[in-house]
Structure formats: structure tokens, C-alpha cells
Design a protein around this ligand. Sequence first.
Ligand code: IMP
Length: 173
Amino acid sequence: MAIKEYLSEEKIKQRVEELGAEISKDYAGEEVVVVGVLNGSFIFMADLVRQMDLPVKMEFLGASSYGEGTTSSGNVKIHLDLRKDISNHHVLLVEDIVDTGNTIKALQALLSNRNAKSVKVCSFLFKPARLEQDVKIDYLAFEIEDHFVIGYGLDYAGRYRELPYVGIWSEDK
Ligand code: IMP
């Protein structure tokens, strides 16, 4: 297998700073509950919240749609729900990547009748080539081509999340 660098550590850092500033401006004066979708979003979320100049609370949701391979099963399992009541709070859902859109759609449905003041989506990556659902991404770091990518939180069969850059994963030698 081979890994080819696609988004450098420097490029990611700069874009996350920009996104943090944009989010801070949009929510100015408001408290936000940032909800990370586990496992993939934890590195992006950790960097993003440190670029946000806002009162922030952090929660996590666990969802998975992939097995050990590189294609989504379309069957989204929620294995960890929020521990806090989000009614009357602004919620910012943080995803690693929107691919088919099935995960974000399932999470929005899960949160829809909990009376949040607002629910917005912030995704690190978006792969429009494989989108199956009508989803709105309010904040996006990078739109990418149809590659299977790893690093900066994203995995292949549980590996490579710790890489500081995003790489294209392939079976080639
Ligand atoms: P979706 O439900 O198809 O939008 O996929 C969402 C989830 O699939 C993401 O949160 C990732 O965990 C995983 N995923 C989709 N594309 C990739 C990829 O290129 N690399 C690693 N994980 C991916």
C-alpha cells in the first residue's frame, strides 16, 4: 500500500485558523455547543475549538457507517449519544468528512426534535463525487476529489488517524 500527501500540515493549519475566525464572527456573543462526531473528527475539532474566540462547550456523538473497508455501508449506527440536553443551545456538529452524506443526515435526524436554538454543520472535508443525500455544510475546510484519504483523524481500518497531514491511501506499492 502507498500514501501520497494531499493536504499538507501547513495548509490545514492555515485553513483551520480561517474557519475558526469565520465561526467566531458568525456566533459572536453566543455560546456554542460543539459536537464532535467520533472517531474521525477529534483532531480537527481539537484544533478548531482552539481557533474559536467564543464561549464553547464540547460534546461527542459516536457514529459509524464503515466496516473495515473503504466504502460506506449506508447503514449508520449511532453508538454514543449526547450526555447533555441541547435544548435552547446553538449546536455546531463537527465531522471529519462528508462522503455519501448518510452519517450527517442520520445525526441531523437524531438531533432534530431536541429543540436546539440552531444546528449547523462544520466538516473538515467534503467529497461531492459520492454524495447521495441532500445535505447543507455550513462551514467547510476543503472540498476534495474522489480519493480515499487518511490522516488528521481519518482512518483506514482504524489506522493512520495520527498523521498530521491528509494523504491519499491506495493499495499500490
Ligand atoms: P458518509 O456517511 O458516507 O458521509 O461518511 C461519513 C464517514 O465515512 C466519515 O465520518 C468517515 O469516517 C468515513 N469516510 C468517508 N470517506 C472517507 C475517506 O476517504 N477516508 C476515511 N474515512 C472516510
